[in-house]
Design a protein around this ligand. Structure first.
Ligand code: ATP
Length: 307
């Protein structure tokens, strides 16, 4: 459904996407995961024809993006993180306005409106001004607007950023529905438990390069020995680095986080006593359960060389 080859995007001299190759099959939910500034938004903007690129090819629905951007855009939808709503218009007026911009009308609009409203449970608030909706309802309206063209591919840019866990689950359920309808979803997020919950495949991007892509289960296998993340209270970074330099069993993720791959009691005991004797205080230790997070931290850790 989406095939990207050797994609390069530069902003001036800065290379935001560095020879990216990526393939996405129809009907899956792909989680696009990466640290701040990794290139996620740039990639999604390119796929939506909002940003140009310098090298490479992008094919979506078998069409070349640089030759048929409009035909591709008609069949896809980008749901941005920021809300693009008119507060003074009601829910239905917002939907009609955005449908008008896309020249969607008649029976086509009636069908798509009905489905967008049901999936997002907005029927009961059609005449309510968007400005008076709760944060979660606004997000739902934002998603409903993105569904007006009945897209085959949906791009979500951190749809659950800054919202409470209950609403987050609600939105995740809605996204799962799209998959059941045969749609393809590309989903960027920093929340790894979410990605684990809903994505079939994951692509990890760092410094503009895709450093891992594959089925979630396959990637998690990489961490099957189990990793433990040791979080410390802030202390001397220099001292922490010295400690890490003397212990092969552990890597430093950042100023207060260590990661131990394929941990066992003996290795953990050694590290904990070394930390204690150097005066470090442990905030918490997290074992195994957040495997994707462990893999992500290992692959994108600033101390590692991905070249
Ligand atoms: P975040 O998770 O923080 O949103 P991201 O993975 O989406 O990050 P991008 O927004 O794609 O990252 O940015 C990738 C890199 O390109 C960053 O170094 C960013 O500073 C740079 N960049 C993005 N947009 C522009 C622009 N319009 N002009 C110059 N540099 C840009």
């Amino acid at each position: 459904m989406i095939t990207i080859k050797n994609l390069v995007k530069r902003y001036g001299t800065h290379c935001a996407l560095d020879h990216v190759d990526l393939h996405v099959d129809k009907g899956i939910i792909l989680g696009l995961l990466g640290p701040n500034g990794a290139g996620k938004t740039t990639l999604v903007s390119i796929l939506n024809g909002l940003t140009d690129f310098q090298e490479g090819t992008v094919e979506i629905f078998g069409l070349e993006l640089d030759k048929e951007p409009r035909a591709i855009r008609r069949r896809s939808s980008f749901i941005p993180q920021s809300l693009a709503l008119y507060d003074n218009l009601t829910v239905i007026e917002n939907l009609r306005f955005f449908a008008g911009i896309q020249k969607i009308s008649g029976q086509c609009l009636r069908d798509t409106l009905d489905s967008a409203l049901s999936v997002n449970r907005l029927h009961s608030m059609l005449d309510q001004k968007a400005g008076t909706l709760s944060g979660g309802q606004k997000r739902r309206l934002n998603i409903a607007i993105g569904l007006l063209n009945n897209p085959e591919i949906l791009y979500f840019d951190e749809p659950t950023a800054g919202i409470d866990p209950e609403l987050r689950n609600d939105i995740l359920e809605t996204i799962r529905c799209f998959k059941e309808q045969g749609k393809t979803v590309i989903y960027t997020s920093h929340y790894m438990p979410e990605i684990e919950k809903i994505c079939d495949e994951v692509a990890i991007i760092d410094h503009g390069r895709i450093i891992r892509q594959g089925p979630l289960a396959t990637l998690l296998q990489e961490e099957k020995g189990g990793s433990a993340i040791i979080e410390l209270l802030p202390a001397s970074e220099k001292k922490l680095q010295q400690l890490v330099d003397h212990h092969d069993d552990v890597e430093r993720v950042d100023a207060t986080t260590l990661i131990m791959h394929r941990h066992n009691g003996q290795k953990m005991g050694r590290i904990l006593s070394a930390l204690e004797s150097e005066g470090f205080a442990i905030r918490q230790i997290r074992y195994g359960t957040q495997n994707l997070e462990a893999l992500f931290l290992r692959l994108t850790s600033p101390e590692r060389d991905h070249a």
